[in-house]
Design a protein around this ligand. Structure first.
Ligand SMILES: Cc1cc2nc3c(=O)[nH]c(=O)nc-3n(C[C@H](O)[C@H](O)[C@H](O)COP(=O)(O)OP(=O)(O)OC[C@H]3O[C@@H](n4cnc5c(N)ncnc54)[C@H](O)[C@@H]3O)c2cc1C
Length: 323
């Protein structure tokens, strides 16, 4: 099996396949795991899944527990708050760190994870698929033949586009978001839980603790963001201007360590299976990040897909199971 994309969904799918005795290789366009601020909250359904594959203790060690959720107007006491039940585990962990953990476990199965390798085209045949992969250095092209190909290559999925699968739904046009990692001792100035929704028609956002840092994601009017020429300085300034409006304490001392802009989408591929190609994670479905459901559902795709493909390839069950 060939997996396109070493995001958390591609890596976790490869890991489950490798555990099941399936030969698998991963190809990733970038030179390393992407470090941008993205997913940071994981709910019990995903923790149960990590327990099944044996990575739960490493995930818990690297993370902090989610103490609860609150909804509040900017800088105000909570309008509503939920403490997390003690018998259920939910955590915060940057998705880059989760990917690192999966990568370490994958290494035990000698699964090749080839960074700097970009899928550029594919050809489906009755019994296999030819994937054409370009190496970043030297632009050499290689043909890789595989029985199944998994497109876990994110929202802008090349795999989905090559197959012409419509990505139905809509993109939010009025607001974009800027996600940032900040170094700021927020708990010196308040007793907020680890996940907080800022409720406001204009200056809304989410403030989540990810360890020593906080992930502050703010909504910005779309016209304020220069889409084609992404301007990091402007984004840092926008986050800096927003902090004193939503957080207590001397926010001018906050150190903004990373920023990344995103457009929000509600989209789903018209089909996830096309011949011997399967879409998973953001390549198959995109949602706004406010419910923490993007990666959650992507990891559940990986869990189911990995196990069903194993039944087809190792146990000889019918490929119709994939439908
Ligand atoms: C600000 C923000 C906060 C979020 N918070 C949460 C949260 O708390 N909880 C949650 O569940 N979800 C959250 N999400 C959603 C989550 O980040 C995504 O659902 C997740 O990244 C999906 O993982 P993926 O592996 O499917 O795709 P990606 O992480 O996008 O990985 C795809 C990989 O494919 C590679 N690739 C692309 N094209 C090619 C190609 N042609 N050849 C080879 N490789 C290729 C890319 O380089 C990338 O590494 C958040 C999203 C954002 C933007």
């Amino acid at each position: 099996v060939t997996v396109i994309g070493a995001g958390p969904v591609g890596l976790y799918t490869a890991f489950i396949l490798a555990q099941g005795g399936v030969d698998v290789a991963v190809f990733e366009l970038e030179e390393d795991i992407i470090q941008l601020p993205k997913a940071a909250g994981y709910f019990p359904v995903v923790m149960d899944e990590f327990k099944k594959t044996g990575i739960l203790s490493d995930v818990i060690k690297a993370s902090i527990p989610m103490t609860g959720l609150s909804w509040r107007y900017p800088k105000q006491p909570a309008l509503a708050q939920i403490a997390f039940p003690r018998d259920q585990i939910a955590i915060h962990l940057g998705q880059n760190k989760l990917s690192d953990i999966i990568l370490q476990h994958l290494a035990k199965y000698n699964v090749p994870v080839k960074f700097n390798h970009r899928l550029i085209s594919l050809q489906q045949n009755p019994d296999d698929i030819h994937a054409f992969i370009e190496q970043r250095v030297g632009h050499t092209q290689v043909q890789h033949t595989t029985k199944y190909l998994i497109g876990a290559d994110g929202g802008k999925s090349t795999v989905r586009k090559l197959l012409g699968i419509p990505f139905e739904g809509f993109s939010h046009t009025e607001f974009d978001i800027i996600a940032s990692n900040i170094d700021y001792p927020l708990h010196n100035y308040c007793d907020w839980p680890t996940a907080n929704f800022i409720v406001d028609p204009e200056i809304w956002g989410i403030v989540v603790q990810t360890g020593e840092e906080w992930r502050v994601t703010v909504g910005v009017r779309s016209h304020l963001k220069m889409k084609d020429e992404w301007d990091e300085e402007q984004a840092i300034k926008m986050v800096k201007d927003r902090l004193p409006k939503i957080l207590p304490g001397p926010t001018e001392q906050a150190n903004i360590k990373a920023v990344s802009p995103y457009t929000m989408h509600q989209r789903c591929a018209a089909k996830f299976l096309d011949g011997r190609v399967i879409l998973a994670g953001d390549a198959a479905h995109l949602t706004n990040p406010f419910g923490g459901l993007g990666l959650t559902t992507g990891l559940l795709d990986a869990a189911l897909l990995g196990r069903v493909l194993r039944q087809v390839l190792v146990e000889g069950k019918s490929p119709s199971l994939l439908e």
